[in-house]
Design a protein around this ligand. Structure first.
Ligand SMILES: *[C@@H]1O[C@H](CO)[C@@H](O)[C@H](O)[C@H]1NC(C)=O
Ligand SMILES: *[C@@H]1O[C@H](CO)[C@@H](O)[C@H](O)[C@H]1NC(C)=O
Length: 513
């Protein structure tokens, strides 16, 4: 049976009779079984949505015989069986004999037969009080079996009793009464969902019904990518840099020469960081031949002989070592390159650069270390800036990230002098934690690149992973990066909002240096 057949039947019946009083027992042509009322309801609801019909449910209850009720309807009630088993003479029958004859039916039937005053019980024997009986229970059950209800002249309390005796059960059912709707027609025209070229050309659009827009429909969540927590925190940091007038450095290459990663930064060639243990060198190609010759000479000079007030490292500097390719160990490799471009520009223009990108170190992996991580780096170049500028600037920068209480500790870095580690008071840990490293680039770094003698460069760096892990409460870095990351975490974790202060507030509050 298709639903179209049913719809045709419903519509043609309505057309013929004006109404369908009750859909119960509705039968399709050439079908024996009546149509299931759930199916009827489906068809009616679809017709009603087109205003072709209106319908109301007809709820009703009927009685059905249980297996035992069925048996009693056929064979007679227990009480009738008991009556029939008692002989008509005055000698009657003993209870034991009755039980032997009828089994468990004897006990139930006996009580009823006595209550009906059909029998008498005296001196251990049952005798008849009447000659004939009318088995009302059997008649009631037969009537229920035929019509699903007790005859109207019978007391409704009898139903309760039959239910209690588990001879009948109550069945609820629903069918429908149907009338024509305002848009009644004999066939269903599917409303168009969209206007098409065909509808326009044929002119059908003028008469064809259109399906109404459902503005309450919930939209489908479009499948889309999700930002990794690191990228969310990165966006916040970028916003801080941009609002402070920084320009983003092009850090979109992971492979660097040793020259830009180490030599140009005045890091000696025998420095331990340049070991296999700390740095990933490339095997193929292992080296580059595109280093800027003029800078190579100047860098060689400052390493081996010194200059600009420095005695240098005084070792034979090897160009081959500088040509080795590696995965950059810090984004400062890009900063040194950018400073060399800045130095070539005349006249000098002050500059503020930043980058947030990936760096690689051959680390022993543990809960807080991976072989690759992200470095946040800022560089400011201007004439005559001092350590005081660095400290003042750090206070402003970290305040914008919601970090107020800073301390600075002298430190050693190969390419900055002086150098300062930055600590902040951590309320949760109740101690000072290191949040970054900073310093002023050495003249041995800046001058060979061609920087004017009074141009100073302050720089600082921090990892992106640590603030991200603190922000999102992740205590194992392997749950943040790598193959163990739970994609569900990335889909559901909230956007990052640093508790940062905006520029205006910062101007109102004097910065303590
Ligand atoms: C990383 O360092 C270990 C020693 O700690 C060394 O055995 C290994 O070769 C290094 N890996 C690479 C790819 O350089
Ligand atoms: C930097 O300091 C030098 C020496 O004190 C001075 O001659 C020069 O004018 C200063 N430059 C700026 C931009 O203040």
């Amino acid at each position: 049976m298709s639903s179209e057949d049913l719809i045709t039947l419903l519509l043609s019946t309505l057309d013929l009779n004006g109404t369908i009083a009750d859909t119960k027992g509705l039968r399709l042509p050439n079908q024996d079984a009546a149509v299931d009322q759930t199916t009827v309801r489906g068809a009616l609801s679809s017709l009603q949505s087109r205003q072709m019909v209106d319908y109301k449910p007809l709820e009703r209850e009927h009685l059905e015989l249980t297996a035992e009720g069925q048996a009693l309807a056929t064979d007679g009630s227990h009480e009738a069986k008991v009556f029939n088993a008692v002989p008509s003479g005055p000698e009657g029958i003993t209870v034991a004999e009755l039980q032997q004859q009828l089994g468990p039916a004897a006990k139930i039937g006996q009580g009823k037969a006595l209550a009906h005053k059909w029998l008498r019980f005296e001196q251990g024997r049952l005798t008849r009080l009447v000659d004939t009986i009318r088995d009302e229970t059997q008649l009631d059950l037969q009537a229920i079996g035929r019509t699903g209800a007790l005859p109207a002249d019978r007391s409704p309390t009898l139903v309760k009793e039959l239910l209690k005796r588990k001879l009948v059960t109550k069945i609820k059912s629903v069918s429908y009464t149907v009338v024509k709707g305002p848009e009644f027609a004999l066939t269903v025209t599917k409303p168009a969902t969209d206007i098409t070229a065909d509808l326009l050309q044929s002119g059908e659009w003028k008469s064809r019904p259109f399906k109404a827009y459902n503005f309450d429909a919930v939209g489908i969540q479009p499948p889309s990518g999700h930002l990794h927590p690191l990228m969310k925190v990165r966006e916040e940091f970028r916003a801080i840099f941009f609002e402070m007038g920084f320009v983003e450095m092009p850090t979109n290459k992971f492979v660097e020469s040793s020259f830009w990663n180490f030599d140009a930064l005045f890091q000696p060639q025998q420095h331990p960081a340049r070991d296999l243990q700390d740095t990933f060198f490339l095997r193929d190609p292992a080296s580059t031949s595109t280093l800027p010759a003029d800078l190579v000479d100047k860098v060689c000079e400052v390493h081996s002989k010194g200059g600009y007030g420095s005695i240098g490292y005084r070792y034979p500097w090897s160009p081959a070592e500088a040509e080795k390719l590696l995965l950059r160990t810090h984004t400062t490799a890009v900063s040194s390159y950018m400073l060399s471009l800045l130095a070539r520009q005349q006249p000098f223009q002050p500059a503020k650069y930043f980058s947030i990108d990936r760096v690689f170190r051959n680390e022993t992996l543990d809960a807080t270390h991976l072989a690759e991580f992200h470095q946040v780096e800022g560089v400011i170049a201007d004439r005559n800036i001092t350590l005081g500028d660095l400290i003042g600037f750090m206070n402003i920068f970290f305040r914008k990230m919601g970090i107020n209480n800073l301390r600075f500790k002298p430190a050693y870095n190969p390419y900055t002098e002086p150098s300062l580690e930055i600590f902040s008071w951590h309320e949760g840990f109740q101690k000072w934690v290191e949040i970054g490293n900073s310093g002023m680039f050495r003249p041995e770094l800046l001058r060979p690149l061609g920087m004017d003698p009074d141009v100073r460069v302050i720089a600082w760096g921090l990892s992106l992973e640590r603030p991200t892990m603190i922000k999102y409460g992740i205590d194992n870095i392997r749950e943040l990066m790598g193959h163990k990351v739970d994609l569900g975490m990335i889909q559901s974790n909230p956007i990052c909002r640093l508790d940062k202060k905006m520029g205006k507030e910062l101007l109102e509050e004097p910065v303590q240096v």
